[in-house]
Design a protein around this ligand. Structure first.
Ligand SMILES: [Zn+2]
Length: 344
């Protein structure tokens, strides 16, 4: 089993993650409503080109195009029977991109939410969710992933299902949650709640003879300011030794001419990367809207940078914009608006 990410973290103060998958695939021709993951089978050269662009920009870690490759999400595309294939292919493509360069690049096999509401409010049990995540994890490990990368999770039960499901392969597990609702996840968890949940799930894994959750953090949400604020809360809620992940969106999503666009510039993402580092993050990258150009700006901003004091809320807002901007759902209609901006 791969220990590449663990080795890289032992040798380096911080690692550069990559940018968005979903929003970049839209600029490469993916249509709204299409499954990005089916491109792993149908248009692998496009996925490879996106990974290559991040490697060229200096990313140390590639997240795979498998965010929605669980049987629940794939069912929306009548592809619920293709979870193994699409996870396997998604990891295989990223592995080839990572192995094509003469420096270590880790393959982080993405696992996003099912889109279902878990019991007791909804109908999906933790065990059912765990089975879907386990199916993803097994295929990802077979294809050579270095780590299972759980992201954009908002609920206690779903994080439990995902971490338990991912832990079956013996690969390291990393998890991030999305704190996009006035400093909480959509299901009401604060960053401190997330840390406590992650710690209790880690204890459960260790008791079962497995490794604890390797790193925890925040991704997506409403903007880089809010993301850095979440990282501050995570660092205050956990131990000094915890490894924190920051994957903020590229600026603030805005609804323009029928599409969501991201306001972030390379300069803003450079400031965000330094502030995320100051706030305590050791794995830093971008989520929705982040292109290879933004990744390169973050790489350059962190190269040789010595982290400063933890930033104040005022400093974060001055550099990165409001921590709690209004949600950009105007004109998209409630749920679909939310759904569309909660991607990878
Ligand atoms: Zn995102």
């Amino acid at each position: 089993m791969s220990d590449l990410l663990i080795k890289m973290l032992a040798e380096r103060d911080y690692l550069m993650a990559d940018g968005a998958i979903g929003t970049n695939l839209f600029t490469m021709g993916l249509e709204a409503g299409d499954s990005p993951e089916i491109w792993n089978a149908d248009k692998p050269e496009k996925i490879r080109a996106l990974h290559d662009s991040f490697v060229e920009a200096g990313a140390d870690l590639l997240t795979t195009n498998t965010f929605g490759a669980n049987s629940y999400r794939l069912k929306l595309h009548n592809a619920q029977d293709r979870a193994h294939e699409l996870n396997y292919e998604g990891v295989r493509i990223a592995r080839a991109a990572a192995d094509a360069v003469d420096r270590p690049v880790a393959v982080a096999a993405s696992m996003g939410p099912t889109g279902e509401i878990f019991e007791p409010v909804g109908t999906v049990s933790i065990e059912e969710g765990e089975a879907a995540f386990r199916e993803q994890a097994i295929a990802q490990a077979e294809a050579g992933a270095d780590v299972h990368w759980i992201e954009t999770i908002s609920g206690r039960e779903e994080l439990t299902a995902a971490i338990r499901g991912a832990s079956v392969t013996g690969l390291p597990v990393v998890s991030t949650m999305t704190f996009d609702t006035v400093g909480r996840t959509m299901m009401g968890l604060t960053p401190e709640d997330g840390v406590a949940l992650k710690d209790s799930l880690s204890d459960e894994l260790v008791a079962a003879g497995k490794a604890s959750v390797l790193a925890f953090g925040a991704n997506c949400g409403v903007g880089p300011g809010q993301l850095v604020d979440s990282v501050l809360s995570i660092s205050q809620g956990g131990t000094d030794s915890q490894i924190i992940v920051a994957k903020g969106n590229c600026g603030i999503p805005e609804y323009q001419d029928g599409a969501i666009v991201y306001s972030g510039t390379p300069e803003i993402m450079a400031d965000y990367a330094r502030m995320a580092r100051d706030a305590g993050a050791r794995i830093i990258g971008g989520c929705c809207g982040t292109t290879a150009t933004h990744v390169k700006a973050m790489v350059d901003a962190l190269n040789g940078y010595t982290p400063g004091d933890k930033p104040s809320k005022e400093a974060i807002e001055a550099a990165l914009g409001p921590i709690a901007p209004p949600p950009p759902t105007e004109g998209l209609g409630g749920r679909e608006g939310r759904r569309r901006r909660r991607a990878s």
